[in-house]
Design a protein around this ligand. Structure first.
Ligand SMILES: [Zn+2]
Length: 400
């Protein structure tokens, strides 16, 4: 495993030590990236050696922190060739522990938290991040304190309780939950593992980029379509591509990174369309894809920069299109996707129609979770969960 060389601020470039828990840059609030001695690794490790590794994200231990993993078998999910579109693949993250891609980030963050000797972890969550934190904290023997809106999907609430987490249901939005964690973490002795407020969830999520490369025999697709709430996976994958290029594992080529959001909450799309380098808080955020209901991503400046550098773009799709896409995937591919994941199918069709992708292009669509986590939404028997009125607390809302 790789010793951490230092943590680097993505805004000012400051170097911070990783010998104790860090959050964000104290000067400018910049997100911290974990840096390793890749030149040394390039000399001493070849990608062929990965083949003997475990079928989990920890097969990439050489580019992950030097820590005893708290693992439930996360990662190395299948890259399924589409039955409908030759050259298109679905990266099915629904097969992770706790049924979503959040397992990767939490496996890394909780492993580090345990190594640092932290005892109590806290996070606000719109659903799947809470489930993942609860599971990994249980596996690590740590306390998890999770704040979720009262209308969170039932599966997430039941899961968190089953994993023994301390769950607080909040009459409000994710932004209200985030505020409660922020106000109380010092007094309660909680470490805040909200994504991008500590450096290691990105490290877990970046393994999606390593897997796409390995599963495509160390080539890059022409495009990656990523349902973007907080965008940690998109940020992580781009970091992975940079690392792999530095290691000589891939050629200096990159997929177009495509961010898809719901039209009910599309702050990145708005910023992209306006040519801005950061986004604005989206008021009255509303979509049935709970994971896309992030009014402002803390990593917005990184996401927008990656879209630009990769010659990608951001686009929105409606909830009705998402639900049609979800049912279509079920019938045609045998895939029971999360609504967020189905948004990538809708985006792909639109981009094909616009000529952004041709039938010859290899494109990876991310299904971020299992449809089993959203039964009440998909079944449609229950009314769509009511979105409580936003209290407009302002501030930047992290990705959950
Ligand atoms: Zn900084």
């Amino acid at each position: 495993m790789a010793p951490i060389a230092y943590l680097e601020c993505t805004k000012c470039g400051a170097h911070l030590p990783a010998d104790h828990p860090q959050t964000v840059c104290s000067k400018d609030g910049g997100i911290l990236y974990v840096r390793y001695n890749l030149a040394h690794l390039k000399q001493n490790f070849k990608r062929q050696a990965l083949q003997t590794g475990p079928a989990t994200m920890w097969r990439y231990a050489e580019v992950l922190p030097d820590v005893v993993p708290v693992s439930l078998g996360e990662g190395f999910t299948p890259l399924l060739p589409s039955r409908e579109f030759p050259g298109v693949y679905v990266k099915d993250e629904g097969l992770n522990p706790t049924g979503s891609f959040k397992a990767r980030g939490m496996s890394a963050a909780v492993s580090m938290a345990k190594a640092y000797g932290l005892k109590k972890l806290a996070a606000p969550s719109a659903g799947n991040a809470g489930s993942a934190l609860a599971a990994y904290a249980a596996a690590a023997g740590l306390e998890a304190h999770i704040f979720m809106p009262r209308d969170v999907p039932l599966a997430n609430r039941v899961e968190c309780a089953t994993y023994g987490a301390r769950v607080t249901l909040v009459d409000g939005l994710i932004s209200d939950c985030a505020r409660m964690v922020a106000e109380r973490h010092d007094k309660e002795g909680w470490f805040d593992v909200s994504s991008l407020r500590e450096p290691f969830r990105v490290e877990g999520k970046k393994t999606m980029g390593y897997e796409v490369a390995e599963q495509l025999n160390w080539t890059m697709p022409q495009g990656i379509i990523y349902p973007t709430g907080g965008g940690v996976g998109l940020i992580g994958m781009w970091k992975a591509f940079e690392e792999m290029e530095a290691l000589g594992w891939i050629r200096p080529e990159r997929p177009k990174m495509i961010c898809v959001q719901s039209s009910g909450c599309a702050p990145i799309v708005k910023a992209w369309d306006e040519g801005k380098s950061s986004s604005e808080f989206c008021p009255d955020a509303s979509t049935l894809a709970a994971g896309l209901r992030v009014p402002r991503a803390y990593g917005d400046y990184l996401i927008l920069d990656i879209l630009k550098k990769s010659h990608g773009l951001a686009l929105s799709v409606t909830d009705a299109e998402i639900m049609n896409g979800l049912r279509h995937w079920g019938r045609v591919e045998g895939l029971f996707a999360a609504p967020e994941g189905a948004a990538s199918l809708v985006a792909y069709r639109k981009l094909r129609a616009r000529g952004v992708f041709t039938p010859e292009d290899k494109v990876v669509l991310f299904n971020t979770g299992s449809g089993l986590k959203y039964l009440e939404v998909i079944d449609g028997e229950k009314d769509r969960p009511q979105t409580p009125a936003s209290r407009q607390i302002g501030g930047i809302i992290g990705p959950y």
